[in-house]
Design a protein around this ligand. Structure first.
Ligand code: SF4
Length: 289
């Protein structure tokens, strides 16, 4: 039976105000599709009958000038929307205006000390970073505005942060879901992050230490853990388990090489048909949810 429970990620723009060394949001698409085009894509995706949730990502999605129009167009179908952001443009006014519209907000946080954030490249060109206190204020306000919201933290483990540990922050803010991702090698001939890859052993050591700080025992084959209120997801392998429409509007396959292969143009071609061409590992996908 076809899985009708899919979560599709719309990477609504490629550009970003940060420059993380591991970044794999590279679609070869500097132009940004306007909201009108994303509405066509959302309609195509949702009409497949296979999708239970849409996640808005980037680049930094808050840099898309019509991001909330895209969100509203998805919500009009009764489909919940999540967001993954670096948080730098999420102001108090933005949260008050838009915080109720999201089921989950995920912050990408690989480190919290200013030095390590800058080494990762998780900072603006002038070196501005978000302090732990500022992240905490954003989380508090989101929960005040929307008590139902789920807060997620995504952490990519690379050579740069492999000895770090965000567990105290996760506990302090009762984060709902902490996703630990082993950095995937990305190389499209222009951008290459292979210089900061980690081995399975290095990644497992990070996860084991983080879980220990949360009072949970690590097991190498386990993906999901429960640490109090926090669900921890530890993923060594992402490829083939993530449904992605890039900033170019194409459904993308990440299993063929170290970058992306275009499967179908979701502005013109049928998404449900495109899914049949995609290499997608159901077991890997299910293990996460
Ligand atoms: S914040 Fe995200 S999109 Fe921006 S550079 Fe970092 S990883 Fe890439």
């Amino acid at each position: 039976m076809l899985n009708q429970n899919l979560k599709v990620n719309l990477h609504v723009c490629e550009y970003c105000n940060y420059h993380c060394a591991h970044c794999f949001a590279k679609f070869g698409c500097k132009a940004t599709l306007p909201a009108e085009n994303w509405k066509v894509i959302a309609d195509n995706v949702i009409s497949s009958g296979r999708v239970r949730e849409i996640n808005i990502a980037g680049g930094e999605p808050l840099l898309h000038p019509q991001m909330m129009e895209i969100v509203d167009s998805v919500r009009a179908y009764g489909i919940p929307v999540s967001l993954v952001t670096n948080g730098s443009l999420m102001t108090t006014d933005w949260i008050k205006q838009n915080g109720t519209k999201f089921k989950t907000i995920g912050f990408s946080v690989d480190a919290l000390t200013p030095e390590l954030q800058r080494t990762v490249g998780r900072c603006t060109n002038s070196g501005a970073v978000i302090s732990p206190e500022e992240f905490g204020r954003k989380i508090s306000l989101l929960r005040e505005v929307n008590p139902e919201i789920r807060i997620k933290i995504n952490t990519v483990v690379s050579q740069v942060n492999k000895f770090d540990n965000l567990a105290e922050f996760i506990k302090l803010w009762n984060v709902d879901r902490w996703k630990l991702l082993k950095m995937q090698i990305f190389d499209d001939g222009i951008h290459c992050n292979a210089g900061i890859k980690v081995s399975d052993a290095e990644y497992d050591s990070y996860v084991s230490r983080a879980l220990h700080s949360l009072g949970v025992k690590f097991s190498p084959e386990q993906v999901q853990y429960q640490a109090g209120q926090t669900q921890v997801i530890a993923e060594r392998l992402l490829k083939g388990g993530y449904l992605m429409i890039g900033a170019n509007g194409f459904l993308l396959d990440d299993t063929k090489n170290a970058s992306y292969t275009k499967i179908c143009d979701c502005q013109k071609e049928n998404f449900a048909e495109g899914l049949k061409q995609l290499t997608f590992y159901e077991d890997l996908y299910q293990s996460r949810y």
